[in-house]
Design a binder for this molecule. Structure first.
Ligand code: NAD
Ligand code: DAU
Length: 365
């Protein structure tokens, strides 16, 4: 397993788990674009992982793709021994709430057992030689571990008690607790980030924003769960990746950092905004995409409101989001318009019969 033509020129090498998924691939592209480190992407290529997300890195001698499972302890240990990284960025997960409702066991297996296997192998590597290299384990987590806010609650901070509501959120909360325990018990240098809802290029079309864009482009119904008044706090994926890098560089060991860009929107309002952008950029019929919005039965246990107070990340890490919501949302729509072949290939692989892929159109729960 060689990277960088096998030469050790003192540049850092990082392992990125889940680097073929949505946020992971944006992160890998950013790190390679800025030449921050050599990168080994370790990814199982589940339905959500896609080699096409990393296509432009083919031929980059400082990027290596390794297909593997974070639950495979011998494979993970061998990877660490051979690569000898100074950083491990852990993005790999089962990430879609609706799927966790249909199949919770897969989430416990990947998100809990997988994180445990990684931590345990990282600890052995760190005790052996990682300590001398300044090795750090950066765990990428979510604001969903804090549960649901009522309208009058203040936004989540790092001090908000954990109260996960979906099997996905519970499995991520468990992984956060394991990460914390490996710091407190064994001293493994870890930093955790808890981020809000991301959007941007290469997001698998089961999540809300790509579902809306592709449904509008294909003239299919845009499913709106429940009353459409649930609130999510949106951040452009590159801003999240910057926050992860800032936490790795400047975060305190054993600490957690909430990351969010301060864009809370109801789903109804977000879809309205997206439809306006789509009408302007892509309308062929002269009819508004808004006409496609269709109420569907609500998600069971649907969290009402998320919102992040990112004050600690701003002050301690010196991190601040660089993108405005309206501009980045339009940039995202333009990306899907310009990259039809990317999502049409996914559509062909996951037959178009499942709306948003994760959920059948009009399916009751
Ligand atoms: P994603 O579903 O798009 O990608 C997950 C990646 O992990 C895929 O490439 C998949 O192949 C890989 N993977 C899954 N199981 C694996 C295994 N056992 N071994 C190796 N690789 C495996 O997810 P995403 O939206 O990019 O999220 C990445 C991380 O960020 C997750 O940990 C998620 O909890 C967290 N997060 C996501 C958001 C969001 O809005 N999407 C927000 C905050 C935090
Ligand atoms: O908050 C961070 C989390 O954001 C991440 O940890 C998760 O990995 C990520 O999937 C996301 O979770 P959500 O459940 O908030 O994202 P999703 O895109 O599935 O849904 C966003 C909102 O839109 C939610 O209130 C449900 C609603 N929705 C979703 C879909 C797919 C719809 O109304 N219609 C849809 O078709």
């Amino acid at each position: 397993m060689a990277i960088g033509n096998g030469k050790d020129d003192g540049r850092p090498t990082w392992i990125v788990t889940g680097g073929a998924g949505f946020i992971g691939s944006n992160f890998v592209h950013k790190v390679r674009r800025e030449n921050r480190a050599r990168v080994v992407t370790f990814d199982l290529l589940t339905y959500a992982g896609n080699r096409d997300n990393l296509l432009s890195l083919e031929g980059d001698p400082d990027h290596l793709f390794v297909r593997g499972d974070i639950r495979d302890s011998p494979a993970v240990s061998a990877l660490l021994s051979e690569i000898r990284p100074t950083g491990l960025f852990h993005f790999a997960a089962e990430s879609h709430v609706d799927r966790s409702i249909e199949n919770p066991g897969e989430f416990v297996s990947t998100n809990v057992t997988g994180t445990f296997v990684l931590l345990d192998a990282a600890l052995r590597y760190w005790e052996r030689e990682g300590r001398g290299k300044g090795f750090r384990f950066l765990h990428v987590s979510t604001d969903e571990v804090y549960g649901s806010l009522s309208p009058s609650d203040p936004p989540f901070t790092e001090r908000t008690p954990y109260a996960p509501n979906s099997p996905y959120a519970a499995s991520k909360a468990a992984s956060d607790h394991l990460v914390r325990a490996y710091f407190h018990t064994y001293g493994l240098p870890v930093v955790t980030t808890n981020c809000s809802n991301n959007y941007g290029p290469w997001q698998f079309p089961e999540k809300l924003i790509p579902t809306v864009i592709l449904s509008a482009l294909e003239g299919r119904p845009i499913p709106l769960y429940g009353d459409g008044e649930n609130i999510r706090d949106w951040i452009f994926v590159e801003d999240h990746c910057d926050g992860v890098l800032a936490a790795f560089d400047r975060g305190r060991e054993g600490e957690t950092y909430a990351i969010g860009a301060g864009n809370p929107k109801t789903n109804r309002a977000l879809i309205e905004t997206l439809c306006k952008i789509l009408d302007r950029l892509a309308s062929r019929t002269g009819r508004s995409a808004r006409e496609l919005v269709t109420a569907v039965p609500d998600r069971p246990g649907h969290d009402r409101r998320y919102e992040i107070d990112a004050a600690r990340s701003r002050t301690e890490l010196g991190w601040t989001p660089a993108h405005s919501f309206e501009e980045a949302l339009e940039k995202t729509v333009r990306w899907y318009l310009a990259n039809r072949s990317w999502w049409e290939a996914l559509r062909a692989r996951y037959d178009g019969s499942r709306q948003g892929i994760g959920r059948k159109q009009g399916e009751g729960k």
